[in-house]
Ligand binder design. Structure first.
Ligand code: DBV
Length: 249
């Protein structure tokens, strides 16, 4: 069973349809990584594949897809806009572990002021509202992570896999389409103070995600510390590295 493959297929097809998509480099050795866990009857192959694209307004569109049987399925899908747009990040963390499903879906804001919320959260609230009955608030959430989410943050722990295949999939489609509407409308920022604020907000977000990546433990157990740290800093959250390269060139 690969629960999140239809999500990934849908996302790539929609991005291709709506954007001028180009490939984004995936470091050698990170396109696909496998290992086996467990012994005897419990032996299980775990495959992690990476997918990455860019478009004129989006610096990096990337997905990490972990497939390890019924009790380990993960799709972490994030879009990082170019630093010349004030667009939010598109963030999807779709996680299935032995303990159940955990779903995070949001347009993660750069700023928390009223004007920003009006532009990038309010239009999403009706979508968020449509899913509250079937996908209610998932409880327990790291306090320090709250700064990185919007009022339209969909955070839920569905009991049934069927709910993931139906309502979560619909919510994912709605959020991604709404995000691409924002992208379509976005105009480049030229004010140098505003550009500075955008860079700072992107760095704050990226540094937090790289430092606190909830998948660090899982990846370290599966593939070792060296591979995991390189995956996090060299691919999943690569803004610092890509800025450093720009400085040299
Ligand atoms: N999460 C990632 C990446 C993943 C990933 C890059 C490639 O950011 C997977 C994989 N998320 C993943 C896994 C778990 C979670 C959990 C494997 C389970 C960890 C475990 O239980 O061992 C939203 N994801 C979570 C949790 C949250 C999020 C709140 C619960 C864990 C916890 O309580 O800390 N997504 C996560 C988050 C941000 C985000 C904190 C912050 C900006 O975008």
């Amino acid at each position: 069973m690969t629960l999140y493959q239809p999500f990934l297929d849908y996302a790539i097809a929609l991005l291709n349809e709506r954007l001028e998509l180009e490939p984004y480099p995936i470091p050698i050795g990170f396109e696909s990584k496998e290992c086996t866990t467990g012994k005897g009857k419990r032996e299980q192959l775990v495959v992690t594949t990476s997918h990455a694209f860019k478009s004129p307004k989006l610096r990096q569109i990337r997905a990490a897809h972990v497939e390890g049987g019924d009790s380990l399925q993960v799709l972490n899908f994030v879009i990082f806009p170019q630093l010349t747009y004030d667009l939010p990040f598109f963030g999807a963390d779709l996680v299935t572990l032995p303990g159940g499903h955990l779903i995070a879906l949001d347009m993660q804001p750069l700023f928390h002021n009223e004007a920003y919320q009006k532009q990038y959260s309010e239009p999403i609230l009706p979508i968020w509202q449509r899913y509250q009955e079937d996908l209610p608030w998932g409880g327990d959430f790291p306090e320090e992570a709250k700064a990185f989410f919007s009022p339209a943050f969909l955070w839920t722990r569905p009991q049934e896999t069927k709910m993931v295949e139906t309502r979560v999939f619909e919510a994912f489609k709605d959020y991604l389409q709404a995000y691409l509407d924002f992208v379509q409308q976005a105009q480049p920022i030229t004010d140098s103070q505003r550009l500075g604020e955008i860079l700072e907000a992107q760095q704050r977000y990226l540094n937090y995600r790289a430092a606190k990546d909830p998948a660090r433990g899982m990846f370290t157990r599966l593939y070792g510390e060296e591979w995991t740290e390189e995956y996090i800093h060299g691919f999943l959250f690569d803004l610092e590295r890509s800025l450093a390269v720009d400085d040299v060139n």
